[in-house]
Design a protein around this ligand. Structure first.
Ligand code: BES
Ligand code: ZN
Ligand code: ZN
Length: 469
């Protein structure tokens, strides 16, 4: 879908069809016919009137979420037609919501379909009274951001057969080449030599070598230093604590945190942000085999802490533990350190499949992130740590255990496990994003079709755009 921003009266623009996003049918030309067909202008309602060449979409509020969802609904309807061009007038609507709703809502993944749908080369003309520099900037940024989200979706949707740690590392190299980022890739020899045994052991039974990916962007005028770390489990079978068959399906999604980090890194140079940003991904496959790590093993992480493994399916936190240590050993004077992971089923049970769980020790920072997320139509909520849950990951044989001694609060106890790998000076700078729910969509919602959603990308880019202010 091509989108053009045009400074012209909508009546003077030649397009095959017009899209009208509205909260009421009262003043509309087609009021009578809309009433007859029962179009009530409520959220997610849509009507295509081929004779008057209009697509009407209901939208009760003017916030980002409602407008983006309405735009996605309109574009999906437009996609079902043979019309080539559509136009929409931007009055009160927010431009970024229209652009992002359109580009995210029209995303399709057909890599594995033998018959590909022919690209219809459709375009959307957005008409505005005046293209101010602010409007143009917002438009350009929305295109960059949506491209990053769709790139993330493509990676996550790719099968584990086609996307294993080595492939993920190559994709990272390509992103670095495209955006002039610095790129370091390390293999298992490096992990073993540098005491990254928690991460190394998770990948031991896989035929694919684990990869530690480190991308960095260092503009000359950098005002802040941000580190983003992603769980890149290209497949999570559960390991010897094998997942039941039904739970294993979709576990290609377990690389979503790492892919989000790569997606964000693909956008930052283009957004020209005056921030030094590091993207670190632990790309690993969790498999079974004679060489697999086992429940009862004790692993020593890079910071010297010993971990009793009681469940090999709680592998993400082991990979992240070493990646967090690596990041803090390599990078000093960090302003923000964020990690992204499809870490726990408990988070999905707790807050639902649409929402990211935000954890950490800095309430203001968590609040800021939640607010940035909601601002761009990503749902997020803060989950609270407390001293009693902190005790549930104590171990009798090692320093800590990779699972808690209680079924309750599983998202939080996983977050508290990670806290053990955050240095004192970074305690207030660290935030953990559990994206297990929203990362993968099994029943389409809003502007998210079936499959990967690209969760975490937009909320983080919004945060990064705002810290320079
Ligand atoms: N990758 C899973 C978490 C997950 C579950 C992500 C469902 C998306 C959807 C993670 O590695 C895992 O298996 N976690 C276990 C932890 C448990 C063993 C403490 C879980 O959530 O069951
Ligand atoms: Zn697991
Ligand atoms: Zn996992």
């Amino acid at each position: 879908m091509k989108i053009n921003l045009i400074e012209k009266n909508i009546k003077k623009i030649k397009s095959d069809i017009e899209i009208i996003i509205t909260s009421s049918i009262e003043k509309l030309e087609d009021k009578n016919i809309l009433e007859t067909i029962g179009f009530d202008a409520k959220d997610e309602s849509v009507a295509l009137l081929p004779e008057s060449k209009k697509i009407y979409v209901g939208c009760e509020n003017n916030d980002y979420d409602s407008v983006a969802i309405a735009s996605a609904t309109a574009i999906k309807k437009f996609n079902t037609t043979k019309f080539k061009s559509a136009k929409i007038r931007l009055e009160k609507l927010t431009l970024n919501a229209v652009v992002e709703g359109t580009l995210l809502g029209s995303y399709k993944f057909d890599k594995y379909k033998s018959k590909k749908e022919k690209s219809k080369k459709q375009e959307l003309n957005i008409c505005v009274e005046k293209i101010t520099s602010k409007l143009q900037k917002s438009f350009d940024e929305s295109i960059i951001i949506s491209t990053a989200v769709n790139k993330t979706r493509d990676m996550v949707n790719t099968t584990p057969e086609d996307f294993y740690p080595g492939v993920m590392a190559n994709v990272a190299k390509d992103i670095a080449d495209e955006s002039n980022l610095h790129c370091k890739i390390r293999g298992e020899e490096y992990l073993e030599k540098n005491d990254m045994n928690a991460m190394f052991n998770v990948g031991r039974a896989s035929v694919h070598e684990s990869k530690l990916i480190h991308l960095s962007y260092k503009p000359k005028n950098a005002k802040k230093k941000v580190v983003l770390i992603g769980k890149g489990l290209t497949y999570d079978s559960g390991g010897l604590s094998l997942k039941p068959a039904d739970f294993m399906v979709t576990m290609k999604l377990d690389k979503s945190g790492g892919c989000a980090v790569l997606g964000i890194m693909s956008a930052i140079a283009k957004l020209n942000l005056p921030i030094e940003i590091h993207g670190i991904v632990g790309a690993v496959e969790n498999m079974v085999g004679g060489d697999a790590y086992k429940p009862d093993d004790v692993l020593t992480a890079k910071n010297g802490k010993t971990i009793e493994v009681r469940n090999t399916d709680a592998e993400g936190r082991l990979v992240l533990a070493d990646c967090l240590c690596y990041a803090q050993d390599e990078i000093k004077n960090i302003d923000y350190i964020f990690d992204y992971a499809t870490l726990t089923g408990a988070c999905v049970v707790g807050v639902g499949q649409y929402t990211t769980g935000i954890m950490g020790n800095n309430s203001n920072l968590k609040r800021e992130i939640v607010s940035n997320a909601l601002e761009v139509g990503e749902y997020a909520t803060s989950l609270p740590f407390n001293r009693f849950l902190r005790k549930t990951i104590k171990s009798e044989v090692a320093d800590i255990c990779n699972i808690a001694n209680t079924r309750y609060g599983g998202a939080i106890t996983a977050g508290l496990f990670l806290e053990n790998f955050i240095e004192e000076e970074n305690k207030d700078k660290w935030v953990h994003f559990d994206i297990a729910g929203p990362a993968y969509v099994e029943k389409e919602w809003g502007f998210n079709p079936y499959g990967a959603s690209g969760a975490g990308v937009r909320m983080t880019l919004e945060f990064l755009k705002n810290i320079q202010k």
